[in-house]
Write a protein that binds this ligand. Structure first.
Ligand SMILES: Cc1cc2nc3c(=O)[nH]c(=O)nc-3n(C[C@H](O)[C@H](O)[C@H](O)COP(=O)(O)OP(=O)(O)OC[C@H]3O[C@@H](n4cnc5c(N)ncnc54)[C@H](O)[C@@H]3O)c2cc1C
Length: 502
């Protein structure tokens, strides 16, 4: 029997685990927190797939490639979109109660940059929670071994092959061997001082894969969401709120988004995020405001129950007054290079979901495609891990070497908050050569400092070096990667974390 270890319990990891177990493998899921401590459970907007008779694979493919500015891997996009409907059927079979229209068909939302209404949701804005709950229950009833509150610290490599993981539970380290390891550790929003991601999103899997010699790519492509609540934990306020008519205003009550794009608040995500950043810079770093007062209390509570509760829990009544919002790091398009079955460039090691770079998102992700990615490529990786008898060559884009810049002599002592602030300012929404080189020097100084730091911080530091190197290497602006080498006020004037507690 093949022993498979899946690291992470979001949509990608649990889907992979179920498919490997259904192929007869002994599967162990190892996860850092409780089973439901994932990015998946926070997904609000929904999951995109072709399920309507008047929708087509070609249309969803075209929208995905337009969002990705053509840098997408076309085979990966075709796979994602054409296998999407089967994975939706699987989610329904596993118990996800997607919202339905009066005729019993799926209720389909139309999201920005989708040509057709194809976004399925559950519980209004609680899609991720519904998926997480159904897959969690399925994994438990399948008898898959779950090790919660167990963190993978590193991969075990022998003879050029991954043969297991080193884990830590309650401060105790041990080794778990396996025939195949599937990394499904999600994204790395914690690289930045403002993020919609939970604290667990520290990019551990990508850092471990780098240490094991796996190829990574597209790390310069970080998606920033335009509207996170500018209070404490930067809770995401979905695009759908703007889709329903909420507007963005500055301190003077002016709708500034039309300065950046004719579609105003409904322009592509990265355009609106930069418009917000510039407006904030122009008003001394104070957050801009999302004005949803025109929607009314009843509609806000009915359409957006999760956001409504979160906003009110933070002491705000958004039916009466505009709420403070800021851009925040949201999604990592790049990651560990894989083929269409999740295989990485290191035999025995698979990667899926936000951890992986299949090339499906190109330079920018189409909204609601990431849950689908977890389901489609999770299933494929689970099947491959169960059946692979040989390891084909996995092609990877040319590696980007870390730049040789001397360590900064004036670097402050390392702390995670300082790392996040450095990344926010110099490898965030707007990047330029001087800022990136400054970041390289500071990062080099922190790496050279031999003082002990946590394994998570060491991973964040390693990943930061690779994100900055990739951003430095790509000198043109494309998709989510925006270079402004003439200088842009949006970079320097974004508020420090403390200033967000307005
Ligand atoms: C607020 C928010 C809203 C979103 N809305 C949408 C949406 O509407 N539609 C959409 O398509 N996408 C959305 N996304 C993106 C989407 O939710 C994620 O990209 C997706 O859920 C990632 O799934 P995953 O399985 O790859 O990783 P995750 O769901 O993040 O799971 C990662 C798992 O790995 C575990 N882990 C991490 N490190 C370790 C370690 N060292 N050892 C052991 N376990 C570890 C974590 O604890 C977790 O269990 C949203 C994201 C956020 C943050």
């Amino acid at each position: 029997m093949t022993d498979v270890i899946v690291v992470g319990s979001g949509i990608a990891g649990l889907t992979a685990a179920l498919h490997a177990a259904e192929r007869g493998c002994h599967v162990t899921v190892v996860t850092k927190g409780a089973l439901a401590d994932t990015n998946t459970r926070w997904a609000q907007g929904g999951i995109a797939a072709v399920t309507a008779t008047d929708d087509t694979v070609a249309s969803h493919v075209a929208d995905t490639v337009t969002a990705g500015v053509g840098l997408n891997d076309s085979a990966a996009v075709q796979t994602l979109v054409s296998e999407g409907p089967d994975r939706i059927a699987e989610l329904v079979r596993r118990g996800v109660a997607f919202d339905r229209a009066a005729d019993g068909d799926f209720a389909r939302g139309l999201e920005a940059a989708h040509a057709r209404p194809r976004v399925l949701h559950a519980g209004g804005d609680a899609t991720g929670a519904a998926i997480q709950a159904a897959l969690g229950a399925a994994v438990r009833s399948a008898g898959i071994e779950m090790r919660e509150h167990t963190t993978v610290r590193d991969l075990m490599v022998a003879g050029g092959r991954v043969v297991g993981v080193e884990v830590e539970t309650d401060g105790v380290r041990r080794r778990l061997t396996a025939d195949a390891v599937i990394l499904a550790t999600g994204g790395a929003g914690q690289l930045y001082s403002h993020t919609t991601n939970p604290v667990s999103a520290t990019g551990d899997g990508i850092a471990a894969a780098l240490r094991a010699g796996a190829a990574v790519a597209d790390l310069e492509f970080v998606q920033f969401h335009p509207t996170a609540l500018a209070i404490g934990d930067t809770f995401l306020v979905s695009e759908a709120v703007r889709g329903d008519g909420a507007t963005l205003i500055d301190d003077d009550g002016r709708r500034f988004a039309f300065d950046a794009h004719p579609d105003g608040e409904l322009a592509p995500r990265d355009v609106v995020a930069r418009a917000n950043a510039r407006a904030m810079a122009a008003q001394g770093g104070r957050p801009v405001r999302l004005d949803a007062t025109g929607l009314g209390a009843e509609r806000l509570a009915r359409r957006f129950p999760t956001i409504d509760a979160a906003v009110r829990a933070r002491g705000l009544d958004w039916s009466r007054e505009p709420i403070p919002v800021t851009p925040a790091a949201h999604y990592l398009m790049g990651g560990v290079v894989t083929d269409l079955d999740g295989r990485t460039t290191v035999p025995g090691l698979y990667a899926v979901g936000e951890t992986a770079r299949t090339g499906v998102h190109g330079a920018n992700r189409l909204a609601s495609n990431s849950l689908l990615e977890g389901a489609v490529f999770g299933a494929r990786a689970g099947e491959a891990a169960a059946t692979d008898t040989a390891w084909p060559r996995v092609e990877a884009p040319a590696a980007i070497a870390l730049p040789l810049v001397p360590a900064a002599a004036d670097a402050p002592a390392f702390s995670r908050a300082r790392l996040q602030e450095l990344m926010w300012r110099h490898a965030g929404l707007v990047r330029h050569d001087a800022g990136l080189r400054h970041a390289v020097g500071i990062l080099a100084a922190w790496v050279a400092d031999a003082r002990p730091r946590s394994a998570e911080d060491a991973g964040l530091l390693l990943l930061s070096q690779h994100v900055v190197a990739a951003a430095l290497a790509r000198t043109d602006s494309i998709g989510a990667h925006f270079r402004s080498d003439d200088g842009d006020p949006a970079v320097a004037s974004l508020p420090a974390t403390e200033a967000l507690a307005c």
